[in-house]
Design a protein around this ligand. Structure first.
Ligand code: ATP
Length: 797
């Protein structure tokens, strides 16, 4: 970056610095401007080097310096925190109303009924996800088989007649046609269905509201879209989308409401709050992974490790139950489809199948470590290339919807051409029979009994390709075939991930890793022909390392792969390779999902607080002055607050009569924007000294769930007389909000947010008067500020 580069900052709230509301005599710390660079670098304000230096308080600079000195790894892709992302209300309300409601529920019968219905819902999440997974699998397998048979027939015919352009054109046409439909579905119906969905599910479970993520439109686009993406020949899998679809189904079952053409079909409303829906979505995601891989333990751990943030034993048990039901039901359904319902031989959509000889010698461990290191390196390369492409797409391609659709069509057509060129140019002929009886092969340039070996990898779905690479005989693929396959499939994988289609990255990553793992295996067999006779296990370690290098998930991936292979003896090798590939990868970049989250500007809170920030205190990053409401408040003032600010939480105070200054007093509770909106809508106010005529129950607050998409301040009409009325907030506000004193350190606040799933933290002084407000964005932004501060200072001096 040159000396003249400008900085983009949002203006510092000067008012905050002017009004130090008795922060215990501490001088107000200059707040660092938020979110510097936009992804497309468009400034709102520009500052020179000097002005940014003066804006950074010495404390922030110290921390930045220490980060640099200790070589602390900071997120590399974060560009901004986008204000559009709101938080969920995972914290349970503790108001007079909820207390009364809880007392009414104390009867044993009611509690038992509630518990039973929750188990029934978890059961149906498992069954529903299984039906979904089986439906997707059966449609993909049936149609894909027909497609590849047709292409093979044309290849065989045209190989002799010299009309090879025909099958290529047909292949391209089929691919592009199907993908265009899939991409249009996602782009125009619900863009939230694009990609694997796991980064967004992860953000949702972390506490970020993602509008449209759990909608019916997203469900249809995701399920139909993933079938079309695979049939369209894209380098993608259906496992990520399965987790997302499982999550949507779980949320739908929990809400008991189907939004249908703008109308709601209400069934029941037992679980209709953020807290319960979050738990159900975690179960849905776990069931999706479980059904996809036939790995209930792996699915549960995936939900714990990758997605969910708040856990307790009972929740893990329920999630595991759903995952187990999903795995079992998928097995029954797929086995029934194959005509042997009682044999139960299809526990998941992707099976790595049995390796006949999955034992290892200790002297092989260095080879596995070498493979894992390559996995970490290539994984980081994948993430970096995909990041560059994502930025390019956001800048130039994704401004118009039709361009997104066109790009997807182009990638699928190119995938067909690339496959043909590889099959044709390498012309690797073999007489060996592929491992799978269903494999489709073509002669294409081969004579006699032999067939084109590369066709086994390309005339099939990505899952089929993975199985071939893991299990096909040793001599099946030449070195050149594997090298070219890795290069081409890697590039196609990078290009495909991030397209506006429903697609997962698990299977292509595994296939890429299996191919280069096999290549290394061939080398080992050449070097030690007496010891090594099989390349399958090297392909397996390669697959695991590649996936680990891209995703950086360790525990769940180890368990998923062990469950998929059904062999625990090899578990240690898989674990070591995943661990090393993660370490190597983390040295260069964050994982693919985290990169996605960062690029989208989602305020996700990681497991650990930012390092070396122990002496940064809450006063350094809280917002002040706080916008508060009185416990008995004038309606006009509430209306003005809601229209004037977008805040979602307002501390409620009791006015201290000793102060002339308005809105100063002890904290009594906190009330959320959506509660105020419901209260205004229901006209829960009255002229001063009277009681409101209307009444309200807890259901009224839950019914408009999810509120932000439904009720807005603009929807509420109030007359001048209404605005003169007063509203008593005491029965509805949260009576026990979490508070912090001014001396709380950053890591402490971070852990409070992360551990309790907080949305708002009120900072109070010694007299319990609110003097500051902290939200998740304040914490997430902090990391970005430090990073930007450090980076720019570093580059400019
Ligand atoms: P969320 O978006 O997480 O639902 P929110 O809308 O209340 O919560 P943010 O959007 O994170 O809050 O708020 C943006 C900024 O406003 C943050 O810096 C936050 O500290 C500040 N803020 C939030 N509520 C108040 C308030 N009542 N008074 C003053 N500042 C506030």
């Amino acid at each position: 970056m040159d000396q003249h580069h400008t900085f983009t900052v949002t203006p510092v709230n000067n008012e905050a610095n002017l009004r130090d509301q008795s922060s215990g005599g501490r001088s107000p710390t200059l707040r660092v401007p938020v979110s510097t660079f936009d992804i497309d670098g468009e400034p709102t304000d520009t500052l020179t080097q000097n002005s940014i230096t003066s804006l950074l308080s010495s404390k922030f600079r110290d921390v930045a310096k220490r980060w640099k000195q200790y070589g602390v790894d900071s997120p590399r892709f974060r560009k901004r925190i986008h204000s559009k992302w709101e938080s969920m209300n995972y914290e349970e309300m503790d108001s007079q109303l909820t207390r009364k409601n809880r007392e009414g529920k104390q009867s044993k019968k009611k509690l038992a009924l509630e518990m039973l219905s929750s188990w029934v819902i978890y059961f149906f999440i498992g069954v529903g996800t299984a039906f979904l997974a089986a439906g997707v699998q059966i449609s993909v397998e049936l149609i894909a088989h027909q497609k590849f048979e047709l292409i093979k027939d044309y290849f065989d015919k045209c190989d002799k007649e010299g009309c090879l352009y025909k099958p290529v054109l047909i292949w391209m046409g089929i691919n592009a046609g199907i993908t265009l439909v899939g991409a249009a579905l996602v782009t125009y119906v619900q863009p939230m269905a694009a990609g694997s969905g796991i980064p967004l599910i992860k953000s949702y479970l972390n506490g970020v509201r993602v509008p449209g993520l759990l909608s019916l439109r997203a469900f249809i686009s995701k399920c139909v879209g993933v079938v079309l993406s695979i049939l369209g020949g894209l380098a993608c899998g259906k496992e990520g989308p399965m987790a997302h679809s499982g999550g949507i189904m779980a949320a739908g079952l929990g809400k008991g409401r189907i939004p249908w053409f703008g109308k709601d079909i209400n069934i029941y409303g037992l679980f209709r709050n953020d807290h319960n829906i979050r738990d159900l979505v975690a179960a849905g995601a776990a069931s999706g992974v479980s059904a996809a891989f036939g790995a209930p333990i792996g699915g549960t751990l995936f939900s714990v490790e990758e997605a969910a943030s708040f856990w307790n034993t009972e929740l893990v048990w329920k999630v595991f139950f759903s995952a187990m039901i999903a795995c079992f039901s998928t097995n029954v359904l797929l086995s029934a489809f194959e005509g042997h319902p009682t044999q139960l031989s299809n526990p998941g959509l992707v099976r790595f199948n049995v390796f006949p000889n999955l034992t290892f010698d200790l002297i092989e461990v260095p080879v596995f470590i070498f493979i894992a290191t390559i996995g970490g390196l290539t994984g980081s390369l994948f993430v970096v290339m995909n990041y560059k492409l994502t930025v390019f797409r956001q800048k130039y391609l994704h401004r118009k919807k039709w361009i997104k659709v066109l790009e997807a069509g182009l990638v699928s057509a190119v995938s067909a051409v690339a496959a043909f060129l590889l099959m044709f140019s390498v012309n690797d002929c073999t007489e060996k029979h592929p491992y799978s009886h269903h494999a489709i092969t073509t002669k294409l340039g081969c004579s006699g009994e032999s067939h084109n070996s590369m066709s086994t990898m390309f005339l099939t779905t990505p899952e089929g390709c993975l199985k071939s690479l893991l299990h096909d005989p040793l001599e099946m693929y030449s070195v050149w075939s594997l090298v070219l396959f890795v290069v081409v499939f890697f590039l196609l994988g990078v290009w495909t991930y991030g397209l506006s289609v429903s697609s997962g990255v698990f299977i292509p990553s595994l296939a890429i890793g299996a191919a280069w793992g096999r290549l290394i295996g061939l080398g080992v067999v050449q070097l030690f022909p007496d010891q090594a006779k099989d390349v399958g296990k090297y392909a397996l370690i390669g697959a695991a390392s590649q996936l680990g290098g891209i995703l950086r998930t360790t525990i769940s991936l180890t368990v998923i792969i062990v469950e998929c292979t059904g062999d625990i003896t090899f578990g240690l090798c898989i674990m070591i390779s995943l661990m090393i590939s993660k370490w190597v990868g983390d040295f260069f970049t964050t994982g693919l999902y985290d990169m996605n989250v960062e690029v989208s500007g989602i305020p996700l809170l990681s497991w650990e607080p930012p390092p070396l920030c122990e002496d940064v205190h809450v006063s350094d990053f809280m917002s002040q002055p706080v916008m508060t409401l009185l416990s008995v408040e004038r309606v006009g003032h509430i209306y003005d607050c809601l229209s004037g600010e977008s805040f979602n939480g307002f501390p409620v105070i009791e006015q201290d009569p000793n102060y002339d200054l308005m809105y100063r007093g002890k904290l009594k509770g906190i009330i959320l924007r959506h509660q105020l909106l419901v209260l205004l809508k229901k006209k829960m106010f009255c002229p001063e000294g009277q009681l409101p005529a209307a009444s309200i129950t807890l259901k009224d607050f839950e019914n408009p769930y999810p509120v932000p998409q439904r009720l807005k301040i603009q929807d509420i009409e109030l007359s001048d007389a209404d605005k003169q009325c007063v509203m008593d907030l005491t029965p509805y506000m949260n009576l026990t909000p979490y508070t912090a004193s001014i001396s709380f350190s950053m890591p402490r606040v971070f852990r409070l947010f992360r551990g309790l799933g907080l949305r708002h933290l009120v900072v109070v002084n010694d007299n319990t008067e609110p003097i500051g407000m902290v939200t998740r964005k304040d914490l997430a932004k902090y990391r970005a500020e430090i990073k930007k501060g450090m980076l720019h200072m570093e580059q400019l001096t």
